[in-house]
Every structure is written in structure tokens, then in C-alpha cells.
Design a protein around this ligand. Structure first.
Ligand SMILES: Cc1ncc(COP(=O)(O)O)c(C=O)c1O
Length: 387
């Protein structure tokens, strides 16, 4: 049975939202920078939040909020990944989980590997944890990006204590292969390093790509890995503040249990309520129709670029709603986004913030209506024709 694509909300309604996407620029700018999406919430989330508002359920997150059991069931359904609920803890958002785990597994001044081009807060987060960033860029063979396992091994052998993995990878949308994740797990184990795997984009993997949870990639992963994830990206719940931290062994679980209590207290109750509704089987149909809409849009973008910006270079992302596009051929400078925003009135994310591999690049959020995407690329195409 074919699944109908989820329809984005109309622009006049979206412009009433008060989030970053809709309050950073004037109304004549199409916002496609920050990773918020334009779809209606999954009905089960709307119902759960309505109910909470009706009864004033706005207090602290309880000691046993149930998100462990719900995420374990979701992971089993989505990826065949078996996790004991006792291996799941929670916090305010993915980056809070990442920083606290990094702080626990490194000492001040230790080096932590990141793999550019990568989600810009990764750099700050490593520093916030008191560590130092070591860059081992993804390998780009012109068709796909992949982890530079030899480079990562060199960094581990010179003393890097951890790697902050983006799995799937933002901004390229790469879903790392099970083999490369298994190799990474073995390397980390050999050198006594930790792997912190940010898996926030995982539910947005497009077939035929198959997402592999890092902790499930190889037996060695359980000893070295920490997965941090949330429903916040897929189900557009970033403002509600809730994420889960998953471990696979008694030792790593003990590390997470040893984090300050405050780490768990930072989870917002609305975030917990909304994440639980997202993880419920009742929301699977909504996710299926979201994935159809996003799959359509990532392909539509390829068509629109071919028509309006034929010199742009873009590869279909394996996962997510973010497109990594090289527009350097148009001569808009190292960071094309400000020029595009000023002249074409389309706000895109700044490529160079992701690392030097992002020079001449923009990141485009395609989590919107197809008409909005069409209008945005048409505007940028008109700018390109002006020369
Ligand atoms: C890879 C990645 N990690 C983390 C986040 C932010 O998640 P949170 O708001 O839960 O910290 C984003 C947001 O776009 C992201 O792309």
C-alpha cells in the first residue's frame, strides 16, 4: 500500500510560530537554515501535550518517567536493536548528553576526534567538556563520504581519548556502514578510547540505506560506546528538551549513572511526554508519511538544482532533511549564505561553520512544502543568472 506524503503546514500558519526558524529573519525571507521542520506534529504528540496543558502537568520530570521502556520498544521496532531499559537514562537534549558523557570519559586537555564537515556545535561541545578538538575529516571519494578509519587510528594511537561520531552524519546525510562502525568499535577498544555516537537523525534514514545503531554494530561497541539521541529532530520537538543516553555494558552504564543527578533533572516534562508519544507505535504511521515527504523533497531538490543551479553539486542524503550543496562555482565567496540571504531572500546554513570542507557550501533544510523548496531554489537560480 502506498503511503501518502505528509503535508507541511501553510506558510501563513508557520509564520505564527515563535521558534528560531520563524523569528530570525523578516517575512520576505524563506528560512531554510536551522533544523526545524514545517510539518504538523504527530497526532499522538499533540494529544499528549494537550492533555498535559489541560491538567497543568507542568512540574518536574519524575524519577521513573517511562521513557526508558518506550525508547527500548522503539529501538527494537525500528532497528531490531535490543536494549535493556536499565541501560537508558535521560537528559535535557542531545548536546547536553554528549557534553556530560565527554566530560566523564575524558580529562581536561584530552583530545576528542570530530569528523568534519560536521554539525558546528560539536566543536564547542568538545571544548565545553574541557577537551581539545582533533579533526579527522570524512573521506570524500567524489560519490560518498566515509569515516577515515586509518586517520582515526592514528589519532587514537597518538592519544586521542574519544571520538564524537555523527551517525547518521550531519550535514552530508551519510549513514555509516555497519562494517565501518564495527571497525571503529574495535579500534576504540584496542586503544582504550570511547565513542560517543549522536544518533538524532537515525529515524529519518531513507531506504535502501539501513541505519546501524553504533552499540549494535559489533560486540566491542558495548564496551566503548555511548549513544545519545532524541525524538526532537524527527518529530520537531527541539524546544521541549528531552534526550536519552544509551549504554551497552555494565561499565559504561556505571559511567552514566555516575553523572551528576542534575543531568537527569534537566529533562523537561513536556519533552518526556512528547518523546514518549513519538516513540509509541501509534506514531509510526505519521513517521512513514513524513519519510515519504522528505524522500520526495530530497529528489525534488536534485531536479530543481539541475534546472536552476546546474553548477551546484549535491548528492542525495541517505538520511534526514538536510542537504549539503557545493555552490562554489557561482563565485559567491567562501561563505555563500549571507549573499544568498541578502540578494535572493533565502536563509541557508553557513557551510564554513561545519569546517573548512564547508567553504563554498550551503546547507539547505528541505523539511518544508515542495512549493516552498521550489520557490527558494527558483529565487537562488535567478540570482545566479544575474551573475
Ligand atoms: C547531529 C545533531 N546533533 C544534535 C542536534 C541538536 O539536538 P538537541 O537540540 O537535542 O541538542 C542536532 C540539531 O540539528 C543535530 O543535527
Amino acid at each position: 500500500m502506498s503511503v501518502t506524503p505528509l503535508q507541511a503546514l501553510p506558510l501563513d500558519l508557520l509564520r505564527q510560530r515563535s521558534s528560531t526558524k520563524w523569528r530570525s529573519y523578516d517575512d520576505d525571507v524563506i528560512p531554510m537554515f536551522v533544523a526545524e521542520t514545517d510539518f504538523p506534529l504527530a497526532p499522538a504528540i499533540t494529544a499528549a501535550l494537550h492533555r498535559a496543558v489541560e491538567i497543568g502537568d507542568t512540574g518536574y520530570t519524575p524519577p521513573r518517567p517511562g521513557i526508558d521502556v518506550d525508547f527500548a520498544a522503539y529501538a527494537q521496532r525500528m532497528w531490531g536493536w535490543t536494549i535493556g531499559p536499565s541501560r537508558i537514562r535521560w537528559t535535557g537534549d542531545v548536546m547536553m548528553g554528549v557534553v556530560e558523557v565527554l566530560r566523564a570519559v575524558t580529562s581536561p586537555g584530552d583530545r576528542v576526534i570530530v569528523t568534519p564537515p560536521v554539525y558546528p556545535p560539536f566543536y564547542d561541545t568538545v571544548e565545553e567538556a574541557g577537551a581539545v578538538v582533533e579533526r579527522v575529516p570524512l573521506i570524500d571519494d567524489g560519490e560518498r563520504w566515509s569515516l577515515d578509519l586509518a586517520g582515526i587510528e592514528r589519532a587514537f594511537s597518538r592519544g586521542a581519548r574519544a571520538i564524537l561520531l555523527c551517525n547518521p552524519h550531519n550535514p552530508t546525510g551519510t549513514v555509516h556502514s555497519r562494517e565501518s562502525l564495527a571497525d571503529l568499535a574495535r579500534l576504540a577498544e584496542r586503544y582504550g578510547a570511547s565513542v560517543v555516537s549522536d544518533e538524532i537523525h537515525a529515524p529519518l534514514t531513507h531506504a535502501p540505506a539501513v541505519f546501524t545503531p553504533f552499540l549494535d554494530a559489533a560486540p566491542e561497541a558495548a564496551a566503548v560506546g555511548y549513544a545519545v539521541t532524541s525524538a526532537s529532530k524527527t518529530y520537531n520537538l527541539a524546544g521541549l528538551k528531552c534526550a536519552v543516553i544509551v549504554t551497552g555494558s555494565e561499565e559504561t552504564a556505571a559511567v552514566v549513572r555516575s553523572l551528576p543527578w542534575e543531568v537527569e533533572w534537566r529533562a523537561g516534562l513536556f519533552g518526556v511526554i512528547a518523546n514518549r508519544a513519538a516513540f509509541a507505535a501509534e506514531s509510526d504511521g505519521w513517521l512513514a508519511s513524513l519519510l515519504v515527504a522528505l524522500d520526495d523533497n530530497r529528489r525534488l531538490l536534485a531536479e530543481l538544482l539541475a534546472e536552476h543551479l546546474p553548477l551546484a553539486r549535491y548528492r542525495l542524503p541517505d538520511a534526514g532533511f538536510l542537504a549539503w550543496v557545493d555552490v562554489s562555482a557561482y563565485g559567491w565567496g567562501d561563505n555563500p549564505s549571507p549573499h544568498i540571504r541578502r540578494e535572493a531572500k533565502v536563509a541557508l546554513h553557513h557551510g564554513p561553520l561545519f569546517g573548512e570542507q564547508g567553504i563554498g557550501h550551503v546547507r539547505i533544510n528541505v523539511g518544508c512544502a515542495p512549493e516552498v523548496l521550489r520557490e527558494a531554489i527558483t529565487r537562488i537560480g535567478a540570482l545566479a543568472r544575474q551573475g
